[in-house]
Design a protein around this ligand. Structure first.
Ligand SMILES: Cc1cc2nc3c(=O)[nH]c(=O)nc-3n(C[C@H](O)[C@H](O)[C@H](O)COP(=O)(O)OP(=O)(O)OC[C@H]3O[C@@H](n4cnc5c(N)ncnc54)[C@H](O)[C@@H]3O)c2cc1C
Length: 484
């Protein structure tokens, strides 16, 4: 029997529940990817993300070919493309993994019904979460709101449903042997001329797994505590860099958990265990924001804490452009924004300070900032993006109180004590000693002359005064919270 597996956010053959189901049911499995016109339109303005996606699809095609399968690519609305492919190939089953992100929540159900009307079965599996949303939903009458409670409940369910199969999709995936490759009307390489790109994480499952393994090695050997001055730049040390792979399902979340599990063992060193626990909590946070997004989809448009929806935001094109281009005069913010523009990635703490500055210092509308992040990131994901923006804006129950407004220069000294991160992304500041690299405007005129570096000429004067803006934003939040 011929079965179609529809790849969505699961661009891998390893540990792929719906693909494995397809292989159990069928003796011929054909992989299908449907490029939605809105994805292409959206990503056309974001060439890096589109390239990353297409390179992953190419790599998937190769992975499938290695186990005797083939991949078919279609461009169009899935409502039309999936039934068309079923008809074309005479398939009796279609399998896919669930995805809560796409905005039309009934779409998959409509596709299931039209397949059923054609006499074709659908096999749908859960893939994206360590603890499926349905399990969490069943455990509570009312949705959980705080991360603290979520994490406790999530941990209690973790052991039941979180191991990867560890195996590639089993053979037989015979379609590649029985159908001429010439019949594929949509070869990726000729349609898109995708070239490899060194600025992107290397495509494919093996590089993703290697990145995860390297990270686990780092976690397993935490450095002995260092004075701040000697710390390795956090940009290099504090996170795994796997998020773009997780976003497109090149790596499964169960593979991540399985890799971390031995480090949580009682026999592991205490520092290792603590580091691994913290990392698992980050994996949980990803599921928490998906859970919130699922239960409260209104958060795309309005604050989770609805009281704060009356905050007055500013419209200031010059500030918006300066922020987006990394020219605010606050080096840590500028470095973060430039890293995102160059690499489509920034570690958590860098995104955090850039978003804080946008909301609390520039007082611009958080929804616009959120969309800009979405357009820049390789790992852009609605639930995680909106959840984090809501938290930074002090809207969600897990957020810091609104009056805690981080001072960018202090934050910078804490996270990048030597200034290495700043100098990497803001080359104008490369000659500045570490005493001034966080606040170039404090460099006395004599020093500027000696370095032939002039604030206002070689690097912007801060576009706002943090101290003044801090007072103003706190006042606005207070007014909004009392206005109900
Ligand atoms: C304003 C803002 C917007 C963000 N937008 C996104 C987004 O669109 N997509 C996205 O995947 N992450 C987003 N994050 C969360 C976080 O910054 C990234 O997941 C993380 O930096 C990815 O790097 P990593 O894989 O090295 O993370 P690691 O620290 O190694 O963590 C491993 C994985 O855990 C998950 N994770 C870690 N921290 C968070 C978090 N705070 N929230 C949700 N998941 C987390 C991610 O899947 C990540 O890949 C955002 C954070 C902020 C502050």
């Amino acid at each position: 029997m011929r079965v179609i597996h529809w790849f969505r956010r699961d661009l891998r053959v390893h540990d792929n529940p719906a693909l494995q189901r397809a292989c159990r049911i069928g003796d011929e499995v054909i992989g299908l990817v449907v490029l939605h016109p809105s994805t292409i339109d959206r990503t056309k303005q974001l060439p890096r993300r589109l390239r990353f996606l297409l390179l992953q699809i190419e790599a998937l095609k190769d992975s499938l070919a290695r186990i005797g399968g083939r991949l078919v690519l279609r461009y169009g609305l899935p409502e039309h493309a999936v039934p068309n492919v079923v008809q074309e190939w005479g398939a009796k089953w279609v399998t896919w993994n669930e995805d809560i992100e796409h905005t039309d929540s009934d779409r998959d159900e409509r596709i299931r019904q039209s397949l059923s009307a054609m006499g074709c079965y659908s096999g749908i599996e859960q893939d994206q979460y360590l603890v499926p949303l349905s399990v969490l939903k069943a455990s509570r009458k009312e949705p959980i709101q705080t991360f603290e409670v979520f994490y406790k409940v999530w941990r209690t369910h973790l052991s039941e449903a979180s191991s990867s199969s560890g195996e590639p999709a089993p053979e037989p995936l015979k379609a590649g042997r029985t159908i001429s490759p010439k019949s594929d009307p949509f070869p990726i390489s000729t349609q898109f001329h995708v070239a490899s790109d060194k600025a992107l994480p290397p495509p494919g499952e093996q590089p993703a797994i290697r990145r995860l393994e390297r990270w686990i090695e780092i976690l397993a050997t935490p450095p002995s505590p260092q004075p701040a001055e000697k710390r390795v730049s956090p940009s290099a040390a504090v996170s795994s860099g796997i998020s773009p792979y997780l976003r497109f399902g090149v790596l499964s979340i169960r593979q991540c958990m399985d890799a971390a599990r031995p480090l949580l063992n009682q026999r592991a060193r205490e520092m290792t265990r603590t580091a691994a626990e913290l990392w698992v909590a980050r994996l949980a946070r990803r599921e928490y924001y998906n859970y919130l997004f699922f239960h409260f989809p209104r958060v795309m448009q309005e604050p989770f804490n609805i009281e704060l929806s009356t905050i007055r935001w500013e419209t200031n094109q010059a500030h918006l452009t300066a922020w987006k281009e990394g020219k605010t005069g606050y080096p840590i913010v500028d470095a973060a924004m430039r890293q995102m523009a160059i690499e489509g990635y920034a570690p958590q703490w860098a995104r955090e300070i850039a978003a804080h500055f946008y909301i609390k210092d520039l007082m611009l509308d958080w929804r616009q900032g959120m969309n800009i992040f979405y357009s820049l990131m390789l790992d852009a994901d609605m639930a995680n993006n909106v959840g984090n923006w809501q938290r930074v804006a002090s809207f969600t129950p897990d957020a810091d109180p609104f009056w805690r407004v981080p001072n960018p220069a202090r934050f910078s000294r804490e996270m990048d004590p030597s200034g290495e991160y700043i100098r990497r992304y803001v080359p104008e500041l490369v000659r500045l000693p570490k005493e001034y690299v966080h606040e170039p405007w404090t460099l006395p005129h004599r020093g500027q002359t000696a370095l032939r570096f002039f604030v206002g000429q070689d690097y912007p004067v801060p576009i706002v005064s943090h101290d003044q803006r801090r007072e103003e934003i706190i006042r606005r939040y207070r007014t909004a919270s009392h206005s109900e």
